[in-house]
Design a protein around this ligand. Structure first.
Ligand SMILES: *Cc1c(COP(=O)(O)O)cnc(C)c1O
Length: 477
């Protein structure tokens, strides 16, 4: 029983890597080439018994990615702080574990979109002594402003109603609300437009004079920072920056100079040091991915993807040539071949658009399904989703007979992990994104919580106290 792993940084050839991986695969319970202790082994086996797939998150990779982002930021200005974006359950990596890894890596701020997640961080035990927490999405009518204020959560505010709600709550709980003003510099989403900003400023001045508001920050979001090669997009970013600076000037002019300006996401953290200001807000880079494959591979940025997704094969059987596979008959076997069930489907967050079809099938077109690394007697083999992804499962054509390949029910296969890509038989989330015609963010944020999420190297990077904040059954090492 093992967690398949392979080193992405190894410069060795595909062949020698295959050999290494075959050995790793045949040995017992090896995670990232390190043996598990007794408790880790127990947790891993328990997780496997109740669910035939696992998300493995490498806490060392997360921490090192954050260190990398912090170093990149401090290189230009040692004063600039880093906010680890942990929205959407830490991009699917787990909210609390991601937050703790971000802090271990040197982030001093944490940020979520939904304020419920900001509260969960405080409730888990991450106090104001350890991190500022910013929640930047709330509905003025329903958000628990008082609870947020009393929990020392900074609020991203971008509507008149939200200013009123923050003032009212601050008055009720006799504590100033710490606000970050959201401005729309061209994204067309959150924040005040230049046209409505005067009115916003007068409300903010009023709230400040009444001792209810502490105007901490000003922020905006970039639309096309992930395309530094595209001149048109670079111009758009330049315009957004100019607009942002005008907002800063307008605040300063009325005596509300923002202490903390923030605008940079992962892409801008790497490509636009001129706009790091006092704080940067990287998300995807922290999880080990570049913002856009056009910008380069994770390795180009010194990042390591933290998540691997693996599953144990279900039924394997041999079908004759010209046999249809799955709904819609979009994939037809071209010869006698073995087919294996991978027990993950769209209800687990596997994108249905990563289904695979071939010319013989009802669509009469080839579409490469999501890649799966299968260990065979001949070394690792790249299979792809064959036919439509179903609710709880999909199928892969092994392109050979399971008996020859020595592929068996219960074998562990890998959907993605850090690696060089499908063409090296090291499928990544980027490969899945390409197959599903989407972005890598979607691949990991959409994985459902019913898949056990297990952590390796947690004991290495977290303090005793922080380890206690995690679900103990999820810790492998
Ligand atoms: C998601 C998000 C980020 C992080 O973006 P990445 O591309 O993942 O680095 C930063 N700021 C805001 C407002 C966001 O919504």
């Amino acid at each position: 029983m093992s967690v398949i792993s392979f080193s992405s940084s190894s410069p060795s050839s595909v062949e020698s890597q295959s050999l290494l991986s075959t050995q790793t695969y045949r040995s017992t319970a090896i995670v990232a080439n390190e043996p598990l202790d007794k408790q880790g082994q127990f947790n891993y086996e328990a997780a496997r018994r109740y669910f035939p797939a696992q998300i493995i998150v490498d806490m060392r990779a997360l921490t090192q990615n954050m260190k990398r982002l912090v170093a990149e930021t401090k290189k230009y200005n040692p004063q600039t702080q880093v906010l680890g974006v942990v929205k959407a359950d830490g991009y699917g990596h787990g909210l609390i574990a991601s937050a703790l890894a971000a802090l271990a890596g040197g982030a001093t701020w944490l940020g979520t979109a939904k304020v419920s997640e900001a509260l969960l961080l405080r409730q888990a035990g991450i106090g104001p002594d350890r991190a500022h927490i910013l929640g930047w999405m709330s509905s003025a009518l329903d958000a628990p402003y008082e609870e947020l204020i009393l929990n020392n959560i900074d609020l991203g505010i971008g509507s008149f109603d939200a200013i009123h709600a923050a003032c009212q709550a601050a008055q009720q709980c006799h504590t100033k609300a710490r606000l970050h003003i959201a401005v729309d510099t061209g994204f067309g989403r959150n924040g005040f437009t230049p046209a409505e900003f005067d009115q916003a400023l007068s409300l903010l001045q009023d709230g400040t004079q009444r001792g209810l508001l502490d105007i901490v920050g000003l922020y905006s979001h970039l639309a096309v920072a992930d395309a530094p090669q595209n001149q048109e997009f670079v111009q758009c970013t330049d315009q957004q920056i100019e607009s942002f600076n005008q907002f800063v000037d307008r605040m300063t002019a009325v005596g509300l100079k923002p202490q903390i300006r923030h605008l940079a996401n992962t892409a801008a953290t790497f490509s636009r040091p001129d706009i790091h200001f006092e704080l940067v807000r990287p998300g995807n880079g922290f999880y080990g991915y570049e913002a856009d494959p056009a910008m380069g591979t994770p390795a180009d940025f010194g990042l390591v993807p933290a998540m691997s997704l693996q599953a144990q094969l279900g039924t394997i059987k041999t079908l004759p040539a010209h046999h249809a596979i799955s709904y819609g008959r979009t994939y037809i076997t071209d010869q006698e071949t073995s087919i294996a069930i991978v027990p993950l489907g769209y209800a687990d967050g596997i994108q249905r658009s990563a289904s695979g079809s071939n010319e013989l099938g009802s669509l009469h077109c080839d579409h490469q399904g999501g890649p799966v690394r299968v260990m065979t007697a001949q070394g690792p083999r790249l299979c792809t989703v064959s036919g439509r992804v179903c609710m709880d499962q999909f199928l892969i054509d092994l392109h050979g007979l399971a008996s020859n390949l020595q592929v068996k029910e219960g074998d562990t296969v890998q959907l993605f992990a850090p690696g060089r890509g499908a063409k090296y038989c090291e499928p990544t989330a980027d490969d899945w994104a390409e197959s599903a015609d989407t972005i890598n963010y979607v691949i990991y944020t959409c994985l459902r919580n019913r898949i056990p999420r297990l952590y390796v190297h947690a004991k290495e990077v977290l303090s005793e106290n922080d380890l206690q904040l995690l679900d103990q059954r999820s810790i492998l090492s």
